[in-house]
Design a protein around this ligand. Structure first.
Ligand SMILES: [Zn+2]
Length: 292
């Protein structure tokens, strides 16, 4: 269990200074360092290595030369430049590598490496989606020393789009209301979550998502923690709320199931890398079991 949300993977503080993002470091003249080869939401890792050693080091490995669509310097890890490279579709896994889907909770990586892979994935996503101006369609160029892109025709500047989403634990004394999506691992339950809408406060988003997904009302909405989630660019803002009436009514379009669980008989929960689990670990513990 993480004792503080600052330890959660993908939150910049979790690196404790080991990683410095690109906005604060100039790109080196030559692409040399650690190579994060991304294909959609998968990463190529060296076989039979451990930790950061699974990420190739040096110049671009020969097997990938001519196979990448973009290369982005996204920061430095332990003073070594980090490069995110988007590998073209259909490229087969070269000898000595494995290709693994970046699914936190399934992929087995150290926290630092998981966070770095997430940032690399986000960097390639932003690169792939910012080549043209969303206003006029003209090509863009990187704004020097920044993450942003500038349109060559209308001179509009564009920056990575971050998407705030609320995630909330609903409590009622010694029970909690958990939800389940059909594509989750069998028997797994988690929290109500959803994107913040235009013109909406976080508290209003919490109330709306809960109403939509499970039909109940809540009060005493308290912010507890947040987690950056680079798949591709969510900011998860975590809350705990107290049940305040209404009949449980499951939104069948979004959820497979939702039900009340006793704190003493919780089901299978989301993986420890997620803020959902962090909130459950800290705020869904029975009386006398300690915790926040
Ligand atoms: Zn433009």
């Amino acid at each position: 269990m993480y004792s503080s949300a600052s330890q959660l993977p993908f939150n910049g503080e979790s690196f404790e200074g080991r990683f410095v993002p690109a906005a604060a470091t100039a790109a080196p003249p030559d692409p040399e360092g650690r190579w994060f080869f991304i294909q959609d939401q998968s990463i190529f890792l060296l076989e039979d290595r451990d930790g950061i050693g699974r990420i190739p080091l040096g110049g671009i490995p020969a097997a990938f030369e001519g196979q990448v669509e973009s290369i982005v310097h996204f920061g430095s890890y332990l003073d070594t430049p980090c490069w995110a490279a988007s590998v073209r579709a259909g490229f087969a896994v070269p000898a000595g590598y494995v290709c693994e889907r970046l699914a936190p909770g399934q992929i087995q990586l150290s926290d630092d490496l998981l966070s770095l892979c997430g940032l690399a994935q986000q960097a390639t996503f932003w690169e792939a989606t910012s080549r043209h101006c969303p206003r006029c369609g003209e090509a863009t160029v990187t704004i020097k020393g920044e993450r942003g892109k500038r349109c060559l025709r209308c001179k509009n500047d564009h920056y990575p789009h971050l998407h705030p989403a609320v995630i909330v634990l609903i409590k009622d004394g010694e029970r909690v209301l958990l939800t389940r999506k059909s594509f989750w691992a069998k028997g797994r339950y988690g929290l109500v979550a959803g994107f913040v809408d235009i013109g909406e406060s976080l508290e209003a988003a919490v109330q709306r998502e809960i109403r939509e997904e499970v039909g109940v009302e809540v009060t005493d909405i308290r912010y507890v923690a947040s987690q950056y989630w680079p798949f591709p660019s969510q900011l998860m803002i975590g809350f705990v709320a107290t049940y305040d009436g209404g009949e449980l009514r499951v939104d069948q379009t979004e959820l497979e199931d939702a039900r009340w669980f006793s704190l003493r008989e919780l089901p299978d929960l989301p993986g420890k890398h997620s803020i959902a689990r962090f909130i459950l670990d800290h705020y869904a513990r029975p009386e006398g079991a300690g915790g926040a």
